[in-house]
Design a protein around this ligand. Structure first.
Ligand code: B3K
Ligand code: ZN
Length: 884
């Protein structure tokens, strides 16, 4: 297509509105007919009074176009570059079109496509234009009535958004169903589903007493795997009523699970379509992590009904309006129903490992981007997760009650509208008489702010002086950044671990200070003794904090910080110091890395700390991610990062072996048999599997301990659930090729007919850091369970190797780079969205040593030179190679 850059500043309201849309879709695998009637009205707020009606359309075979019932000849309209333009004099008119499309050939999985012989749609962001001619932009909201027609035998189930109006038989073995969605919506929320499906049905009574029919549709072979998803849906529906006062609005809520899906799921009004990974779960086939993420994604999509659907985005620059806010809401949901600290730790790990890295690379963009070429490239950690952090900071600044007031006003003002991030912030501000003008810089300035802190204790005055300085690195779109508003949550610890009280500006123990300037001093009064500082509690802002603390101070916080996130963060910091020292030694040629006593004792104490729950201890025992370590290094040496981290883990495993074994045994005895998924049980399994992982961990190139291998093998054989089975399998696979292969064979034989379990099997092999993995990955490309057309399979094999297995992907010979280039080129021919996502590791090329830089850069250039690459991939490649 050769798309051009579009800019937020060029936004114009639509010239025409489509208050009502009638669709009639007659399904056939290769030749589906779509008849559309668009009731059009000039927009009174348009700035172009005589504008023609302009409709988007791509890959459509136009059969008929009529204006007010009269067929138009080709000279009466224009059609070029995906835009159909019809000159109209009147202020109202009806446009009818008939087009033909080919769902079977649709491998980009955008628009109407097939998965396992069934039909489904994906329209966000710009897929509806591949179904019919329509103004494909979120500020055109229409009431849709959809008639789906299909063969009775092949498609017994026919679904679309909204309430069922009519259904019946037609001649020739066909039948139809007509669905009406009374809520005006942008076309990106349209959905149609048809096929041979079975449903798990249930119901939910809303707080005002309305009964909502719930159904989860799956292929017949997956019947019986939806119980957890259904329970999660009902919990989410209740939670949104209780926490946000939001009630569901249609008579039914339907979910479809398909194996072929580009993302996690999609919030189409009343008819969510899901990647089956986020629906199907049985204890034997899904891990605790899967159970967890199913709950989170089900809730996320459900919450979109209010944040996204009832109130939607004016344009795609405002994507974070719905995504950041909905991520915040799903985070709060998970925190309320399970462990708040553990959820926070996981989310912060993601921000630091993925979002910070994105924010420092060539694809960096503000939470509300100012321009883009392909919107699908902006469904990023920045828009989603940093976006959620912005909401969280405003929540911190306003407090729960004030935030809720602001949300209520937002819904009251904007229900049924397509609005902007500014509108959202204005509602929070107005409901609380709070000025967010400076805060809004977070929406328009990219890059991760850095916060430098020094402190001085004045014993005579009982005062603590804090000196703060903030800065934000340049990003490709902006060199100079203005200061951010940073809520800095903090606490003070006495040297024996007690929480110390203090006051600031006359207030006793304020939870946070608000930083607004580039350089700012704060004085804390009534500080009885020289404290140990706990800064950025609960990660109160998405910044990089620079504050020197000794190992002793960090150990104290690891043991006693009242903020669980602060305990975890202190542990990470302590470990990071040891890792960076180790890396320094490694680079000087010393292979004998030592394990500092503070780290060892800190970890041992944490393991034994029965006051803390098991899930918290499990996540806190994980050393900083390779991504986070890598960000502290220039140039980045992935081999050194892997080597030292692995070596340190092995040392911890050896030196704390008795403790790990003791906990491993005790947790095994305490575990509930048979498996139940509860927060407490999942926490116990997580900690026990963490122990196992340490016990089996061996230094790079060193043989695994035979007794420990046997322990892993035993757990694998005895496990009655996927969580324990997979944890054992993974530990053995990473420790020993031969023994791992034997278990992998067994696993394959057991599970080869279950695609989601096979994804785990592929992923585990691709992520294995042992030599020989790339050859294994290449061989697996030809394995019958692999399918290049299926995004889950591609993620399992290609992304697990290129994004998770940094040691092997970045191997000196460049073979990993060659492999990724070939995969990206191949996949881009039929699925640009997935190809572009897979290419992401290359965007980081500038951070590595000269050889690796050269290796990756050559692949980027080669990809760019290929003919006919997608706009998606082209945008990523050009931005990555841009010499700003
Ligand atoms: N809104 C969808 C994502 C659509 C992706 C388009 N490429 C899922 C979600 O965030 O809920
Ligand atoms: Zn979302």
């Amino acid at each position: 297509m050769n798309k051009k850059t579009i800019y937020l500043k060029d936004y114009l309201p639509p010239a025409w509105l489509i208050p009502e849309t009638e669709l009639r879709v007659t399904l056939a695998p290769e030749d589906t007919q779509v008849e559309a009637i668009l009731h059009c009205k000039r927009n009174p707020h348009s700035k172009e009074p005589n504008a023609a009606i302009v409709l988007n359309g791509e890959r459509l075979q136009l059969e008929r176009l009529a204006l007010n019932g009269r067929d138009l000849a080709a000279r009466e309209y224009g059609y070029a570059e995906g835009l159909l333009s019809i000159p109209v004099q009147a202020d109202e008119c009806t446009i009818a079109s008939t087009v033909r499309i080919n769902p079977a050939a649709n491998l980009e999985l955008d628009g109407l496509y097939r998965s396992a012989g069934n039909y489904c749609t994906q329209c966000e962001a710009e897929g509806f234009r591949k179904i019919t001619f329509f103004p494909d932009r979120p500020d055109v909201m229409s009431v849709f009535t959809t008639t789906v027609i299909g063969e009775k035998t092949a498609c017994p189930v026919l679904l679309a958004n909204g309430n069922l109006r009519e259904q019946g038989e037609l001649a020739g073995g066909l039948h139809f169903a007509t669905w009406h969605d009374p809520f005006p919506k942008p076309c990106y929320l349209f959905a149609l589903v048809a096929g041979n499906l079975v449903a798990l049905e249930d119901s939910f009574t809303t707080k005002s007493g309305r009964r909502v029919a719930l159904a989860i549709y799956v292929e017949p072979r997956n019947a019986g795997k939806c119980g957890h998803a259904m329970a999660a849906l009902k919990t989410a529906m209740r939670w949104d009523e209780e926490r946000f006062g939001r009630e569901y609005d249609l008579d039914n809520f339907k979910i479809l699970a398909v194996d072929d899906f580009n993302m996690g799921a999609m919030e189409n009004k009343g008819l969510n379509v899901f990647n089956s990974k986020y629906v199907l779960a049985l204890p034997e086939t899904a891990t605790d992590t899967d159970f967890d993420s199913i709950g989170g994604v089900i809730a996320h999509e459900y919450f979109h009904n209010w944040t996204g659907n009832r109130v939607t985005c004016r344009d795609w620059f405002q994507l974070s309006l719905k995504e950041g806010l909905t991520v915040f809401r799903d985070q709060e949901f998970s925190s309320d129903i399970a462990s708040r600290p553990v959820k926070r730790i996981r989310d912060v790990n993601l921000i630091r490992s993925i979002q910070f890295r994105e924010d420092a690379g060539p694809m960096a963009h503000p939470v509300r981007p100012a321009s883009f070429v392909e919107i699908n490239n902006f469904y990023t950690a920045t828009v989603y997760d940093k976006g959620a952090e912005l909401i969280r900071m405003m929540h911190t600044l306003l407090g729960e009650a004030g935030f809720r007031r602001g949300m209520d006003l937002y819904f009251e003002r904007h229900d049924g509208q397509a609005v902007t991030c500014d509108d959202f912030v204005a509602a929070l501000a107005d409901a609380n008489h709070h000025d967010f003008t400076q805060f809004k810089r977070w929406y328009s300035q990219a890059g991760t702010p850095e916060l430098f802190v020094t402190s001085r204790y004045d014993a005579a005055g009982g005062r603590l002086l804090l000196r703060l300085r903030q800065s934000c690195p340049a990003t490709p779109d902006m060199a100079e950044k203005k200061p951010f508003v940073i809520p800095l949550a903090l606490g003070l610890l006495a040297r024996d671990g007690r929480e110390l009280s203090f006051s600031h500006a006359g207030r006793k123990n304020p939870a946070f200070l608000t930083i607004t300037q580039k350089e700012q001093d704060f004085v804390l009064d009534e500080v009885a003794e020289e404290p140990v500082l706990s800064l950025l509690r609960n990660f109160s802002a998405p910044v990089k904090l620079h504050f020197d603390q000794s190992d002793e101070e960090l150990s104290l916080r690891l043991g006693y910080d009242r903020d669980p996130w602060g305990r975890w963060d202190a542990g990470q910091h302590l470990a990071l110091k040891a890792l960076m020292q180790g890396i320094e030694q490694f680079r000087q040629g010393h292979q004998n890395i030592t394990l500092p006593d503070t780290l060892k004792h800190g970890m041992a104490a944490l393991l034994d700390d029965e006051r803390a729950d098991a899930a918290f201890r499990a996540v806190s025992l994980v050393l900083p991610t390779e991504n986070w370590i890598g960000q502290q290094m220039a140039p980045l040496d992935p081999e050194a990062v892997f080597w030292v981290r692995q070596r340190l883990r092995a040392l911890l495993g050896q030196e704390l072996r008795p403790a790990f074994l003791r906990h491993y045994e005790a947790l095994g005895k305490a575990a509930h048999r048979p498996y139940v998924y509860t927060t407490a049980e999942a926490g116990r399994r997580a900690l026990r599997n963490m122990c196992l992982d340490y016990l089996l961990c061996c230094a790079p190139e060193a043989p695994a301990d035979a007794d420990m291998l046997a322990l892993g093998e035993r757990q694998y054989r005895e496990a009655d659930n996927m969580t324990d089975g997979l944890a054992a399998l993974s530990a053995v696979v990473n420790a020993d090729r031969e023994r791992g292969d034997a278990l992998l064979q067994d696993f394959l034989a057991k599970w080869q007919t279950d695609p989601l379990v096979m994804d785990k099997w592929l992923s585990l092999q691709a992520a294995c850091p042992l030599p020989g993995t790339l050859a294994r990955v290449r061989a697996l490309l030809r394995h019958p369970v692999f399918d290049l057309k299926n995004p889950n399979k591609v993620r399992a094999l290609v992304a697990s190797f290129c994004a998770l297995n940094q040691r092997q992907f970045h191997a000196r010979d460049g073979a990993g780079y060659e492999f990724l280039k070939a995969m990206v080129a191949k996949i881009d021919r039929f699925n640009p969205q997935i190809a572009t996502r897979m290419a992401a590791p290359f965007t980081q090329w500038r951070r590595y040593d000269a050889d690796r830089q050269q290796g990756m850069r050559a692949q980027l250039e080669e990809l760019l030179q290929a003919e006919d690459i997608s706009d998606d991939l082209k945008e990523l490649l050009e931005k990555s190679l841009w010499e700003g």
